[in-house]
Design a binder for this molecule. Structure first.
Ligand SMILES: NC(=O)c1ccc[n+]([C@@H]2O[C@H](COP(=O)([O-])OP(=O)(O)OC[C@H]3O[C@@H](n4cnc5c(N)ncnc54)[C@H](O)[C@@H]3O)[C@@H](O)[C@H]2O)c1
Ligand SMILES: [Zn+2]
Ligand SMILES: [Zn+2]
Length: 374
């Protein structure tokens, strides 16, 4: 089968990829479609450090059809349509039991991240989940998956069955952008009706923050982007205001629209200067959520006094989501017409056109680009 392999120098279409035999708790999925997220760019340009040593199969935002399941799998069957979550979680440890599966450290990748955080030691090849084969070697998949491939093997905790009425091109986006952006609002910030929210960066992540803020009942939703072409997307998803930060100063503009500042600001780009600005925009008691991923070694400076009036800065991984609950809920919102998914798909590409999808993302032309693998 085919897939996009990053060999350390370049991403290329590899033919002759395989998947490993199923372990009892694993599921084999035929990928239907895969979204291109900015994290797919970051993992090859060095932003994520050496967490994923090449070669690895790229892609982490995918949906498809279950081909077969291991002997212990109880949640899905062959033929089910599934969204693939990038986090593997055991469902039994203390953080899983208290509703925080994105923090589970019992999976292979979770344990490798925990070890690196504690010891600074980079994971070795045996520490990471590698369920692809290529030229006789086991090969890693990015972010526990590697969905820029026709098939994947993932653990059962990573697949959630969905209503078959959702096309794969729309469903795949739930796997990262939608879960991350909406989860930041629903699960992490807990935006309430009447709140004001500033969203910095109107890409696939920011648009989902915007639409979740609309669904939550926020009354001022201020989108900020230095690309004025993003205004139409922002308003379509629910922004009440748009600030072109290439033309107007972001903090003063947001303060002008929401006097005294906003209840929440969400940074969806990955630049520390924008994170600092996002703190400046807060009203007393406000919270800033960091979704954008800055370089591993990048540091941010902040005067503690800026947080004095009960302000806070929140990290947020993968929308602090609970995939087994959040994914079906998001599908219900979509079928009800309240969550826009089809509108996120600006363009679809064949697997062989992945570099055009990356170029279009970097050029700011897209809400999301999707690789059609069906
Ligand atoms: N926290 C998580 O779990 C998680 C999950 C997925 C993605 N991410 C991260 O979220 C970020 C956004 O991803 P995306 O897929 O939406 O990217 P994207 O490329 O689709 O969107 C980025 C947006 O930021 C805008 N932008 C760039 N520089 C700007 C600036 N200086 N001022 C204002 N706007 C600017 C761009 O015009 C674009 O609209 C990335 O850092 C990605 O790695 C985090
Ligand atoms: Zn992503
Ligand atoms: Zn767990």
């Amino acid at each position: 089968m085919r897939g996009i392999l990053f060999d350390g120098e370049a991403a290329l279409v590899a033919d002759g990829l395989g998947v490993t035999d199923l372990e009892p708790d694993q599921v084999r999925v035929r990928i239907g479609a895969a979204g291109v997220c900015h994290s797919d760019v970051s993992v090859i340009n060095g932003t994520f450090g050496s967490m994923f040593p090449p070669p690895f199969v790229m892609g982490h935002e995918g949906a498809g059809k279950v081909l077969s399941v291991g002997s212990d799998v109880a949640t899905v069957d062959a033929g089910d349509h599934v969204v693939i979550a990038t986090i593997d979680n055991c469902g039994r440890c203390s953080v899983c039991a208290t509703g925080h599966p994105t923090l589970c450290q019992t999976s292979k990748l979770g344990a490798a991240i925990a070890k690196r955080n504690e010891t600074g030691e980079e994971p070795g090849p045996g520490d990471l989940p590698a369920y692809f084969t290529y030229r006789g070697e086991r090969v890693l998949g990015f972010a526990n998956t590697g969905v820029f491939a026709e098939e994947v093997v993932v653990s059962q905790g990573q697949v959630v069955a969905i209503d078959k009425r959702v096309p794969f091109a729309s469903a795949c986006l739930i796997g990262c952008g939608v879960l991350t952006g909406t989860g930041a609002v629903f699960n992490r910030a807990k935006v309430y009706r009447g709140h004001s929210v500033a969203v910095i960066g109107v890409g696939g992540i920011g648009l989902n923050v915007i639409q979740a803020a609309r669904i939550a009942g926020a009354t001022k939703i201020i989108a900020v982007d230095n690309n004025p072409a993003k205004e139409d997307f922002a308003r379509q998803f629910g922004a009440t205001h748009f600030v072109d930060s290439g033309r107007d100063p972001a903090v003063a503009s947001v303060q002008g629209i929401s006097p005294g500042g906003v209840d929440f600001s969400v940074e969806c780009v990955g630049h520390t200067a924008l994170m600092q600005e996002a703190v400046e925009m807060l009203r007393p008691g406000g919270n800033m959520v960091i979704l954008g991923v800055a370089g591993m070694e990048t540091e941010m400076t902040i005067a503690p006094f800026k947080l004095y009036q009960d302000k806070s800065i929140m990290g947020c991984r993968y929308g602090s989501s609970r995939p087994a609950f959040d994914i079906p809920a998001l599908v219900d919102l979509y079928l009800d017409g309240r969550l826009l998914l089809d509108e996120l798909v600006s363009a679809t590409y064949d697997l062989t056109e992945f570099d055009k999808a990356f170029d279009d993302l970097e050029a700011g032309k897209l809400a999301r680009g999707v690789l059609d693998l069906s």
